[in-house]
Design a binder for this molecule. Structure first.
Ligand code: DGY
Length: 432
């Protein structure tokens, strides 16, 4: 299986970056790139470095890193660069076409993973030393432009920034919006069964938010004032915090970056405190999203609720409560861990994109998280479930969490096939 994973990554390599999945996602995606680099580092460090370089080359003058970099033209994807028009922002990259939205800031912890995997430590430290300031600038961008009340928690203004694109959590936001009906040609549903993808109405909302951002030339201040979607997302913020920590450790390793280490430490303290105070829901026993536009918590449990463990955010007692919540709602012998959305909730859909299926990147983070808190059995179960799903059904984008369903029907991998981060993280899971 490792051979097959390498083959997929070789096949999806486009001389400088890796496409997440051949037809469905024909460009470079920010968080995909990071997870992919971790897998590449195990068998081709040179390529892992190029993957990250290519992403960082598309950085804007204000430190922003876009969610998609459109390196090539493709008829297979909508909305492309002509719809996004990131060039409306005065400090957008003049060299690369991209979107004007971002994705979870994984790059910091990815550099540290690359360091851990590398056999030539001197070489990798030199590489990291050349690129780490760009990642720092990206974090600086978040704290300066995405935290209007100076809370230590950054906002996302689009569901595609969360990475968990059509989570049922966003349904509550769609209810507050009056989006027009767009006339456009979906491309994703010509590659993947529509029952596994977002609905047409959801796409109207996705496009409408982009139109609002475009109207304001992607100005963060204006987006903060006017975007109907403005959310403090626990997954996004946990990843930022995890990456802050990695940057601190890497800067210390390189030496001579006292000021940056101090600044990262300040962000870290503030963010962890705010995360624990604002995002934990006592009733649910889990971290939840906060709707900053409408000033309300969005009280749902999702795989994002547990990502705080990956970043070392909860204390021991709270970590134990997260274990209970996961076991009660997501566990049981008839389910694979970890569904992306609460299986006990009526909005859970085991087949549709982020509304329920298991994702290997979330599992990878949760495995690390539970392990770091010494919940070894749960961590091991998440790891084994991930490996079993991939080995039984293939390198899919997402998987059905129902174990029974797997017994009666063997075709339970959904979305894109030969999916790059599934292949990359599978390699990392079996190598660890
Ligand atoms: C898509 O097109 O569904 C992408 O995931 C957006 O990032």
């Amino acid at each position: 299986m490792k051979g097959k994973a390498i083959e997929i990554l070789n096949d999806n390599w486009r001389d400088g970056f890796t496409v997440p999945s051949k037809n469905l996602y024909p460009y470079q995606w920010k968080w995909d790139s990071g997870f992919i680099a971790i897998g590449l580092a195990h068998f081709n460090m040179d390529r892992a470095k190029r993957e990250i370089n290519t992403l960082l080359n598309a950085q804007w003058e204000n430190g922003f890193l876009p969610h998609i970099v459109f390196h090539t033209k493709s008829e297979n994807y909508f909305p492309g660069p002509e719809f996004h028009r990131a060039d409306l922002h005065p400090r957008a990259s003049k060299k690369y076409k991209s979107t004007g939205m971002t994705q979870p800031p994984v790059t910091g912890f990815v550099l540290q993973e690359m360091y851990n995997i590398a056999t030539d430590k001197k070489d990798i430290v030199e590489y990291i030393g050349k690129h780490i300031d760009k990642v720092y600038a990206n974090h600086e961008y978040f704290y300066n432009h995405r935290d209007p009340f100076n809370e230590g928690l950054v906002y996302i203004y689009h569901n595609w920034e969360s990475g968990t694109d059509n989570s049922p959590i966003w349904d509550d936001i769609w209810e507050t919006m009056v989006s027009p009906s767009y006339n456009f040609e979906r491309k994703d549903t010509s590659h993947v069964d529509p029952s596994q993808r977002p609905s047409l109405r959801e796409y109207d909302h996705y496009l409408h938010i982009i139109d609002i951002a475009k109207k304001h030339k992607y100005d963060d201040g204006k987006i903060g004032e006017h975007s109907p979607f403005l959310v403090q997302d626990p997954l996004f913020n946990a990843i930022l915090i995890k990456s802050n920590q990695s940057l601190i450790e890497l800067y210390k390793l390189i030496g001579g970056y006292e000021e940056k280490v101090v600044q990262l430490g300040k962000w870290q303290e503030k963010s962890i405190t705010a995360f624990n105070e604002k995002l934990f829901d006592e009733g649910l026993g889990a971290y939840v999203h906060y709707d900053l536009r409408n000033n309300r918590p969005l009280k749902f449990v999702s795989s994002s609720s547990f990502s705080a463990l990956f970043a070392g955010i909860p204390d021991k007692d709270r970590a134990k409560r997260l274990v209970n919540t996961m076991t009660q709602r997501f566990g049981g012998k008839n389910t694979y861990l970890c569904a992306s959305f609460d299986p006990t909730h009526e909005r859970h859909d085991p087949k549709r994109y982020w509304r329920g299926p298991v994702w290997i990147n979330l599992n990878w983070m949760l495995y690390r998280g539970f392990k770091a808190y010494n919940f070894d059995d749960l961590a091991e179960q998440i790891k084994q479930d991930s490996i079993e799903l991939v080995e039984k059904y293939g390198f899919y984008e997402y998987f059905d969490p129902r174990r029974n369903e797997h017994l009666v029907n063997t075709d339970k991998g959904y979305g894109g096939s030969n999916f790059s981060w599934t292949a990359a993280l599978y390699i990392d899971l079996i190598e660890n």
